[in-house]
Ligand binder design. Sequence first.
Ligand code: ADP
Length: 320
Amino acid sequence: MPAADTALRLTTFSNVVVFGTYATYVIMSIMMMVMIIMLMPAAQVSAQRINEVLDTQVSLREGTLTDAPEQGTVEFRDVSFRYPSSGKDVLEHISFQAKKGETVALIGATGSGKTTLVSLLARFYDATEGQVLVDGVDVRDYTFRALYDRVGYVTQKAVLFSGDIRSNVLFGESRGGDTDEDVRRALALAQASEFVDKLPEGLDAPIAQGGTNVSGGQKQRLSIARALARAPEILVFDDSFSALDLRTDAKLRAGLDRELGDATRIIVAQRIGSIRNADKIIVLDEGKIVGTGTHEELLRDCPTYREIARSQLSSEELDA
Ligand code: ADP
């Protein structure tokens, strides 16, 4: 082949390669531009929302106290509360005390303010009027860490995180130990051992985000175990026993009495059976306390409690 011919072919080939490369750049750039144009409105909306969050003033101010004069006590002093978005008080003039080691139960119709009341203890909100005291100190005066160290809170809806059983039980700061032995003790107390022991991976069994790979009752027991593993002075159960069957509920309560007799317990419940042995039962109706006392006292004196009891217990149980 003559040399001039070869040179011409080489030039043509390299021109084609260069053209191809440039054409790819141009097409890629146009595609990127189309992507940017498509994503721009979503990015603008997100940026606005992020700025709104960054500009929001924090309404819960952290206090400075870490020490307290008492241990395991809870007191509500004439507490009223109104959600920022609503025009009416959800709780009105609530006052009661729980001493160290006592079990105080809250019962009442749906919407009577039970969850709102216990959420003030963990400072999800601050009382609009009055004071909530933990260990003799207003919850607003504690550092967040000091308050959360004292109060273990099991929410109505169990929340699990992706990881394994161990990481879910040991989640967060804790006054309790963090060995496998501690995890197993908390699981046993929360009546979760029976299903965890059956899992081939044991404490390493994976948990999907939100706990979608365990049942409702199992989720609830794992989140109870998380609160127990932290060994707090005050345990708050917000309707945490309703997802459990009656037998497990009874075993769990007996275990708490036996092993955590020192911890003060505030229990929100729907079932009278779960709370009839409580030291003090508080009956709420439309945000007001309509009765306080033991099961027997309330059956005698409180019409609202009698009504709830009548709908749940047989006449023999009522007379017992
Ligand atoms: P309970 O636990 O006894 O079922 P709640 O404490 O959940 O009752 O609710 C008490 C009242 O407060 C209800 O009337 C409810 O509509 C209202 N409420 C609850 N949460 C909010 C909120 N985040 N914002 C405004 N109102 C709320």
